[in-house]
Design a protein around this ligand. Structure first.
Ligand code: ADP
Ligand code: MG
Length: 593
């Protein structure tokens, strides 16, 4: 074949290939999972585009993936009938790393190195196309995009710093569309080129791929064939039984090769929830979202009535690390299908409000049009109903974690996603009733453990009407505030709001189970033990002192008053009834700086 045009890899790619090969050495077989997942992505892309551009399907071949192992020569070919790549795409996609899976891998590798290194985790990451070089020393990608009338061949070798691209000239190798990968296995890895081995790997790693995967398998059927009688036998028969000479048959196995469907193509969400095991849900989660940890919870449901859809939702075990004070609604966490066709995972609050954007899952609807666009999504009544139901289900799932016998689960949830729920108090009035029972706080009596509002309410004094809180910048400073004295004396519990967002969240909630939230640092705090007589006396006795102090302090304070709020401290700085709390003031100051 003519020499192709030679290109250098982007510098990071060579380094990445090295890393992949070295860190995944013990888990080489992931290469097949990666290449099948690329084939499946390519089929998804084509199926999606063809909804609006049926012309793309020109030579209407099926949507499938075929894998053939040539044992004698140690070659594996993986062919898909997906979207393929143009010449430019070949260079952009296979010569640079801008792609999700690989970027995530590099980050995971770095994180795990920083954390002391656990190579096992790495093996479970999406590492993408380059994983082909785990087992192959030469990889040829022959691909035809419907956007181009030519087919192109990319060719690369392990440990090389460059690759070539040329046009496919061999007419026998032309394909109507899609991509064929040919892996020339390394000497020690030729064992992968066995039909049974391939079959096992497909079943093991790719059972959730929603396109048929065929593997090239040797088959056999038995048949009866007539045989000429052995003259010696015949003679013996004649002597012993003197029977008539008859035709004899024998059973033989006829061998042939054919494609065999190797995966289960029914998507897991279409199955009956009663027949799906927890392990299967978790596997689906890990494979679909490239996660290496099990989710904290999952929920599989079908809704009926006005709008019908099926869904599996998950709560991840961890919030994505990084800029942790910014909640990013564009997470690719929800995969939307319409009649099993993958439509999009690119949402911006259409299916879940931003504060619940950590929820992952798949949603499959029969009621949306296949060519659903962003505009349709934003305006559709159906989507609004779906969103409502999804949000409700997500809350049920989180509530489930909070009621789990294993208290640690919810602690983990809260640590990762507590601030999301607090944001929900501010942004989603409609769901206050669902969010409030999920909130957790430290209190003056909880000994630094987190408690729920229900636990607080249960612990209220018989005549206590309100829920008390104090906002502070730490548990220690909350504990030491003089405002606590009287409440402590009366054994009344006080919530400590020590996260900057806590106070705003609580103020948005206003009340819980008809009990108002009351800031104990505000001037009009009424603990229901007013003694008017005595207050009058005190005012008379100390009125002049107050006037004197107010004069000395001038504008620094709004007023100086006698109060019954303290028991051991002589005085305290309190906020006005309608003013900001000291904590809010601190926050506002920090923001304007
Ligand atoms: P990722 O799948 O995370 O994007 P990969 O390294 O696996 O990263 O793949 C890189 C890119 O190469 C893909 O995003 C896709 O554009 C392209 N690609 C890989 N395999 C195929 C294929 N079989 N058909 C079409 N495009 C492909
Ligand atoms: Mg990939």
């Amino acid at each position: 074949s003519p020499p192709g045009e030679r290109y250098e890899y982007q510098a990071e790619v060579s380094r990445l290939m090295d890393l992949i090969v070295n860190s995944l050495y013990s888990n080489k077989e992931v290469f097949l999972r990666e290449l099948i997942s690329n084939a499946s992505d390519a089929l998804d892309k084509l199926r999606f585009l063809s909804v609006t551009e049926p012309g793309l399907l020109k030579d209407a071949v099926d949507f499938d993936i075929r894998i053939q192992a040539d044992t004698d020569n140690g070659i594996i070919t993986i062919t898909d009938t997906g979207i393929g790549m143009t010449r430019q795409e070949l260079v952009d996609c296979l010569g640079t790393i801008a792609q999700s899976g690989t970027a995530k891998f590099l980050k995971a590798l770095k994180d795990s190195k920083d954390a002391g290194g656990d190579n096992n985790l790495i093996g479970q990451f999406g590492v993408g196309f380059y994983s082909a070089f785990l087992v192959a020393d030469r990889v040829v990608v022959s691909t035809k995009s419907p956007k181009s009338d030519k087919q192109y061949v990319w060719e690369g070798e392990a440990n090389a710093s460059s690759y070539t691209v040329c046009e496919e000239t061999n007419p026998e190798k032309l394909i109507p569309r899609g991509t064929r990968l040919t892996l020339y296995l390394k000497r020690d890895d030729k064992g992968f080129a066995h039909p049974e081995r391939i079959q096992k790997l497909v079943k093991n790693y790719s059972q959730f791929v929603s396109f048929p995967i065929y593997t090239w398998q040797e088959k056999g059927f038995t048949k009866e064939v007539e045989v000429d009688e052995d003259p010696a036998e015949a003679k013996k028969d004649d002597q012993d039984e003197k029977t008539e000479k008859k035709k004899k048959t024998k059973t033989v196995v006829e061998r042939y090769w054919d494609w065999e469907l190797t995966n289960e193509t029914q998507p897991i969400w279409l199955r009956n929830p009663k027949e799906v095991t927890k392990e299967e849900y978790n596997e689906f989660y890990k494979k679909t979202f490239n996660e290496y940890l099990e989710p904290l919870a999952s929920s599989h449901f079908t809704t009926e009535g006005e709008v019908e859809f099926r869904s599996i939702l998950y709560v991840p075990a961890f919030a994505p690390s990084g800029k942790d004070d910014i909640i990013n609604p564009k997470t690719k966490n929800i995969r939307l299908y319409v009649k099993r066709v993958f439509i999009s995972d690119d949402f911006d609050g259409e299916l879940f409000p931003r504060y619940l954007s950590f929820v992952k899952g798949v949603v499959d609807s029969n009621d949306l049009p296949l060519n659903v666009s962003r505009e349709i999504l934003q305006e559709s009544r159906i989507v609004r109903i779906m969103r409502k139901r999804l949000v409700r289900k997500a809350f049920d799932m989180i509530l489930g974690i909070s009621m789990s016998e294993n208290r640690e689960d919810y602690e983990k949830f809260w640590e990762n996603f507590g601030k999301h729920l607090k944001l929900g108090c501010i942004e989603d009035r409609e769901n206050h009733k669902r969010i409030a029972p999920l909130l957790r706080f430290v209190s003056s009596q909880s000994d630094e453990e987190l408690i729920s509002l229900d636990e607080y309410v249960e612990n209220m004094k018989p005549d206590q009407k309100d829920i008390y809180y104090i906002a502070a910048d730490s548990v220690t400073s909350a504990k030491n505030t003089p405002f606590l004295e009287r409440l402590a004396e009366k054994d009344i519990e006080v919530l400590f709001l020590v996260d900057p967002i806590d106070e705003v969240a609580i103020q948005n909630l206003k009340s819980y189970k008809e009990k108002n939230f009351v800031d104990i640092s505000k001037e009009d705090l009424d603990l229901g033990d007013k003694n008017e007589e005595r207050e009058k006396e005190m005012k008379q006795e100390f009125g002049q002192t107050c006037d004197w102090i107010k004069k000395r302090l001038g504008d620094k304070v709004a007023s100086v008053q006698i109060s019954n709020r303290l028991s051991s401290s002589p005085c305290v700085l309190a906020s006005g009834k309608f003013g900001w709390s000291a904590n809010m003031e601190r926050l506002m100051k920090a923001q304007t700086m």
